[in-house]
Design a protein around this ligand. Structure first.
Ligand SMILES: C[S@@+](CC[C@H](N)C(=O)[O-])C[C@H]1O[C@@H](n2cnc3c(N)ncnc32)[C@H](O)[C@@H]1O
Length: 462
């Protein structure tokens, strides 16, 4: 308890000269230390009224919902395992709103998420990509695996993962993107309530260090944008120096203009028309900051040729004959990708119209096969395709009880023969290899869930 009051004093001291109003400091500090439960960000087309708990819509993001039943843990639900929704703080959805990731039917966009791991926002961008393409960049290699897992969960192959310093990426892909998201590494003050940050996040040293790093990332982001392209900058911290100051600095550059968005008017940051804030004591979430700017020139996203088409000199690219493409692709997939890339023990497959530079920057992508010894097997990622090409040839739809068993990593009784995607109510869960009515489980360890209750449709992650 005394630790908490010390933390509250530290917060009041550190942020008193920032943008927190003096009469709100007390309430802000207390709310900042509270653990705010994750919200549900649902896949477009999923009906949240079908969930077995009451929900409340999140006002700033149309695909975001709060679970109003504290006794329910959505992360235990079969629907979660089946990819119907993603769990993240509602504060993160501010940046997604600025990116219009909940808007269907937009022009195809070439998007770069420059600081992408673990992929909370990148997966939302990918779910909304339509016929566009996402480059998710994460310079820290050890963070690429969780990013890859979260992007695979979307079932959409229109992405590549790079792991480059933003400056190096900007040298290679200058002027390419319609939208660049910089969800900057920051002092992370909004994470205090989750115990993921200490009060060191409030120190001026930490704030200055983070602000300097973010400024370098933002400079690279500007170079990555095409004329007219949109830069969305977000943080999960409250320090003015890491937020509005950066926006003012960007606006001081001749080619950058502000991009006010009507939909976020209610959250406008005091003196800027293109920056928004959520507060833990006002908006029932951990809080967040987002801003939207544009590189001047051209039109706002309605350029004549779509970004993806502009950069697809590699359309229908013939494979390098030296690449050992796994046998069996045609057996597993209805319309196997023609654009394959084998690196070591994995093969990735992109749509024909992926940008020409895809293979040259990718350290990971939509995996279609992996090798154990000399044998190639179909990848989990590819089992999760919902639409478009590369859907599995074989598939079996199973009951909730069988789905529960399958998610626990167990073999199941089912029809079919050979490699089959196991589905529950049409939603893909993973591969089973079926012989004599028994499906051998090929779910990767990271995707397994234990202790599913088929009546309540709840499960526990291992
Ligand atoms: C706030 S997190 C991003 C969270 C992510 N956008 C999400 O929604 O799941 C910031 C990320 O930036 C990465 N990062 C660290 N230094 C970086 C740099 N110099 N350039 C780009 N990204 C960096 C971190 O490793 C971290 O994964």
């Amino acid at each position: 308890m005394s630790g908490e009051s010390e933390a509250i004093s530290a917060i009041r001291y550190a942020l008193a000269d920032q943008t927190v109003r003096p009469d709100c400091l007390e309430a802000f500090a207390a709310a900042l230390l509270r653990h705010h439960r994750s919200a549900l960000r649902c896949r477009d087309g999923v009906d949240p009224t079908e969930w077995p708990f009451p929900v409340q819509a999140i006002p700033w993001y149309s695909l975001g919902f709060k679970n109003l039943d504290p006794g329910r843990r959505p992360s235990r639900m079969l629907d979660y395992a089946a990819g119907d929704f993603f769990l993240q703080d509602a504060g993160s959805m501010l940046a997604l709103a600025a990116c219009r990731a909940d808007v269907a039917d937009q022009q195809p966009r070439l998007i770069c998420d420059l600081c992408a791991a673990p992929g909370g926002k990148a997966s939302a961008l990918l779910e909304s990509i339509g016929s566009g393409f996402l480059l998710a960049n994460e310079p820290i290699r050890s963070r690429v695996a969780p990013l890859a897992f979260n992007l695979a969960r979307t079932g959409n192959p229109r992405y590549a993962i790079s792991s480059s310093d933003p400056d190096v990426l900007a040298d290679r892909l200058a002027g390419q993107f319609d939208l660049v998201l910089v969800d900057a590494p920051c002092s992370g003050q909004a994470l205090l309530g989750r115990g993921k940050q200490s009060v060191a996040a409030l120190s001026s040293r930490q704030i200055e260090h983070s602000a300097g790093r973010a400024r370098r990332i933002l400079s690279a982001a500007v170079r990555l944008l095409r004329p007219g392209g949109q830069l969305v900058f977000s943080t999960c911290t409250f320090a003015e120096q890491e937020n509005e100051s950066q926006v003012r600095w960007l606006l001081g550059q001749p080619e950058i203009v502000s991009d006010p968005l009507d939909r976020l008017l209610a959250y406008r940051s005091s003196e800027l028309d293109c920056a928004w804030r959520l507060w833990p004591h006002l908006h029932d979430c951990a809080g967040g900051f987002a801003a939207s700017l544009r590189v001047s020139g051209a039109t706002d996203g309605r350029h004549e040729t779509s970004a993806v088409t502009r950069s697809t000199a590699g359309r229908g690219r013939r494979r390098d004959p030296s690449e050992a493409i796994p046998d069996g692709l045609a057996e597993w997939y209805e319309d196997p990708p023609r654009r394959c890339c084998v690196r070591g023990a994995v093969a990735w497959g992109w749509p024909d119209d992926a940008p020409e530079w895809t293979e040259s920057v990718a350290v990971a992508g939509p995996e279609i096969a992996y090798r154990t010894g000399r044998t190639w097997k179909p990848s989990y990622d590819a089992a999760l395709r919902r639409t478009g090409n590369m859907r599995a040839v074989g598939s079996v739809d199973v009951s909730a009880d069988q789905a529960v068993l399958f998610l626990g990593g167990h073999p199941i009784e089912c029809g079919g023969n050979g490699w089959c995607v196991v589905r529950h109510r049409g939603r893909p869960l993973g591969w089973a290899k079926v012989t004599r009515k028994t499906g051998k489980n090929h779910l990767p360890a990271a995707a397994r869930m234990d202790g599913v209750d088929p009546l309540t449709r709840e499960a526990t992650r291992e």
